[in-house]
Design a protein around this ligand. Sequence first.
Ligand code: PLP
Length: 410
Amino acid sequence: MSISSAQASQNRPAVLDFKPVLDAVDAVLGVAQRPVELHEPRFGQRERELVLDCIDTNWVSSAGKYVTRFEEMVAAATGSRHAVAIVNGTAALHAALVLEGVEANDEVLLPSITFVATANAVRHAGAVPHFVDSTWDTLGLDPRALEAHLDEVAVRQNGAWVNKHTGRRLRAVVPVHIFGHPVDMAALGAVAARYDLVIVEDATESLGSTLNGKGCGTFGHSAVLSFNGNKIITTGGGGMIVTDDEAHARHARHFTSTAKKAHAWAFEHDEVAYNYRLPNINAALGCAQMERLAGMVEAKRVLAKRYLDAFSDFPWARIYREPKGSESNYWLNTLVLDREYASERDRLLEALHGHGIRARPLWTPMHLLPMYRDCPRAALPVAEDMNTRCINLPSSPFLAGAAPEGANQS
Ligand SMILES: *Cc1c(COP(=O)(O)O)cnc(C)c1O
């Protein structure tokens, strides 16, 4: 029976009992449905109707009324003037970076804590990811840490900011609104302006989130959304570039649809471009899903509130709460273990999986992946800390409809 005096004085157990976690999760989700996936879509009669309309009318591919309608619905939901539908979020990020002027051998700053697609898109553009730290305030990129890092490594050369260690131009910064929680965009905007960095928001997880009443995706010159199967709404696979800049949107549409000049029969193209357009059949699914976006965000916020309540007095872990001034869509709810229990994370994940709860840890930070290990980076103490003790819990919007007792529900 040897527990350290520090632990004894804080009245903390040396070995954790996971039952209270399982009980708290059961209290939120009910016990009727097992397993509970991390995030699942749901479709109804409206989805069936619009997809069937594509099949019945033969409009299934890269032209058709649903693509335009879907773009208009997403633009309205984010508060952007223009939206360009893309085949998936990764392709949208790639195209957005190129369209913002990112060139081969530039460096693009991004958080190490993100889904791998953010870093991959930078590489697809021929540029080099440059990883910066995150903050517990938002779970996203830390503007203050970014500024301190740039003060150290950025030097002015021939009218551009370059990394003094690599000689490469610092071109853009990609904030990611992790799990729907908005990055502090005012602070980031100031740093980006100081260092002439273009901001491309990775808003793939934050459709429907707002910061001081303004939609995620409207803070940078352009932003990217995703409609993958596990996102807030889905088109099967899909993505979007949003921007207020009409000329930029027009070019984005051209560049992602083979740069074909409009003509009744001639095939003429005026730049090397991509076939990244979202098919009409996917957009039809998206239109039906968008009709339910507000309800889904509301349901996700109800679910988050339930998790927050269930863990409010918990002795060694807490549910992550949306940043000040924001209304998060709570894409994924996050359980954060106290630092001294970080080593228990994997055992807790095993206990949750054994209980039919498909929880998961954070993505492995980018700077620890083999293909990005040698990329430039800032000190990453918060990213490494975060990585050891965050667990995502099931967050599908329909789970908010589960009865707290759940036993007699199906
Ligand atoms: C989902 C996601 C993407 C990419 O989306 P896909 O549509 O799956 O290509 C990019 N960045 C982040 C942070 C994401 O979560």
